[in-house]
Design a protein around this ligand. Structure first.
Ligand code: SF4
Ligand code: SF4
Ligand code: SF4
Length: 248
């Protein structure tokens, strides 16, 4: 019996689910190991009988929290799909302002006080609400990594994501460091696994895969010092994916 998998989404652009919908011939590798019972983006059928819940998006409202907890209660394994679910991603940018100010800015004078759809709080990643068993990082996710992680979960293994920074892949790819091109880069503190996708094209890493748990911040500070920068300056430039992450 193949494990039953259901996909769910909260606040997101649905781009990570689209990556899966676009797996093309690799979809065969996926359906060989799992039985997809719910996936709103690609099928009409829906079932609440599943073992693995793959959840995209971040949490904005009490009604989202209740729904996520219900999904968690039905799933043996819950996977955070993409940066919105993993870190809160761009949705967390608004946490810089008080919720009431944000509501005023977005909804103006509309009467939203009794409507649960507008009852928003500060954006949360999934693991701020429920236990998350595995994360598939990135904005959007990498399709091959998705297959690798789901296959590992189905085999009862703990999936792993790299514990080293993007710089390692970047050096292997023999790129010119973008700091030497007068740019900033979050590669030294960002989880690898994207094969240094952005620096490969002389673009700065903006940290979409999230920060490493044990980043070498002292070494990073030395690099920034060498280029006349501070951590604060760098994070002010790169607050898209990890807005004001504790510790950095
Ligand atoms: S992580 Fe990026 S691509 Fe994925 S749903 Fe969020 S915004 Fe879209
Ligand atoms: S370009 Fe970025 S990822 Fe590549 S070596 Fe330089 S700091 Fe590291
Ligand atoms: S280089 Fe950085 S921003 Fe680009 S895909 Fe990789 S982690 Fe994301």
């Amino acid at each position: 019996m193949k494990p039953k998998v259901a996909f769910f989404d909260f606040s997101s652009c649905e781009g990570c689910q689209l990556q899966i919908a676009n797996l093309e011939e690799r979809i065969i590798d996926l359906i060989e190991v799992v039985d997809v019972v719910s996936f709103r983006e690609v099928m009409k059928e829906h079932s609440d009988d599943y073992e693995i819940a793959i959840v995209e998006g971040s949490i904005q409202r009490p009604m989202d929290e209740l729904r996520l907890k219900d999904i968690r209660s039905k799933a043996k394994i819950l996977v955070a799909l993409g940066a919105c679910a993993h870190t809160g991603c761009v949705n967390k940018l608004r946490n810089e302002w008080p919720v009431e100010d944000v509501k005023k800015e977005v909804y103006g004078k509309a009467n939203i006080s009794d409507n649960p759809y507008f009852d928003v709080f500060q954006t949360k990643a999934l693991d701020e609400v429920v236990e998350v068993d595995a994360c598939i990082p990135g904005c959007p996710i990498d399709r091959e990594e998705f297959i690798r992680i789901v296959t590992a979960l189905v085999a009862g293994k703990k999936p792993s994501i790299p514990k080293y920074p993007v710089c390692v892949e970047c050096k292997k790819n023999e790129n010119i460091c973008v700091f030497d091109l007068g740019k900033f880069c979050l590669g030294p503190v960002t989880i690898a696994g994207c094969n240094s996708a952005c620096p490969n094209f002389s673009h700065e890493c903006e940290g979409c895969r999230g920060y490493l748990e044990h980043a070498h911040m002292d070494a990073q500070k030395d690099v920034l010092k060498k280029y006349g920068l501070s951590v604060k300056q760098m994070l002010e430039r790169f607050n898209i994916f990890n807005y004001r992450k504790e510790g950095y």
